[in-house]
Design a protein around this ligand. Sequence first.
Ligand SMILES: [Zn+2]
Length: 453
Amino acid sequence: MASEALPRRGEFLIKNAHVLTMDAKLGEIAGGDIHVRDGAIVAVGTNLTAPEAQILRADGMIALPGFIETHWHMWGAVARNMAGPTDKTGYFYISRLLGQFFTPEDNARGVRLGLAEAVSSGITTVTNWSHNLLAPEYADEEIKVHQEVGARARFAYGYSRKTPPNATLPLADVARVQKRWFSSKDGLLTLGIAARGPESNSIEICRQEWAFGREHGLPMTSHMGTSMARVKKRQGIQALAKAGLLGPDLVLVHVTNHSAEDLKLLAETKTPVSLSPYTEMRTGFGIPPVGSFLRAGVPVSLSVDTTILCGNADMFAIMKAIENVENALQKNEFAISPQRVLETATIDGARALGLGDQVGSLTPGKRADIILVRTTDVNMLPFTVPARMIVQAAQPSNVDTVIVDGRVLKRDGKLTTIDMAKLARDTAETIERARKEAAKEGSGEGIEGLFTR
Ligand SMILES: [Zn+2]
């Protein structure tokens, strides 16, 4: 599945890192080594030797599993910050308006920019929640970018503004894509389905989509509970429950609004949620209720959602928001610990995507998705308590090295599989053109200011 242009996997030994394994048994290892061979973690411990291995010094660095992201509309990355402050310039209006003018190549550039930012920030698994697939070739072009960059990804095949209401998303094309791109068992890229869900579509349509997904071994994801008015109609989680559609193979996004009954149903069925704190707060979906989920036993994972709205894909900031918002909500300094938050960004995220046995912790036998974070930068000094440093102090610029499936995708702060100069030119060209075309189509207050220079 992976492109031949990707870096070689090889064998290496990461030496002398402070290792946060995120593995309940292995815990934290000061002065730790990690032995990687052919994309797998062979051993984690101290004073490891591997005569054949290339040595990767990690003095002064924290090693931890790469972050796992569970909901990101990557095609829109080229429209960063385009969501304006009024109804007719806001996110939903703008993303639809611009999105219709995107070519397959434009979508691909968005995905490449999203992946560049992900890898740069230490996110090793993304969920490409792809909902601007205006024709089959859009899916193909996006998938090619995933192969070219080499980060781990769930490609969640979604609908588009062209998908008619009361119709399923194009399931025949999902089957085509599965056959064309996902027939090998490489595992770096997995396929799923991003459905409109019962709050936006009939439960009968959901039944058909879920039946297709389960028949083809494809996990589902859907937005949910973005307003209390929707929850009161009881056509969301409760409708899914009645139809037997909840379960660990489904990720529900946001759920910032829900009833006590909803929480119980999610916990009983082990249905994970994905919280995107910056877009949830930015759009007024509400305050991410991470503590309510965790206390009820609902699995929690974290996500970017869209940089059209939230500005950047900084998982460190997302974790810090989760910690601070929860403590603020509970009016309690000790409501949630940084360690617990870090779990939601790593092992819990992996489990939410059904990848808990492959990634999410530095456990021998798992795939080698590892990041090294420098602790010698000014915002990290001096070295104190690593989990707190990662959640409260670190930022993407501290990410020195990113390894996915045993391949080095970032080293000494530089990306190895993306030409950043070309990406900068391409993305500028795409947004410039889409803005011009949208300005002809758009209407309303502020539209000219947004689309013309
Ligand atoms: Zn979303």
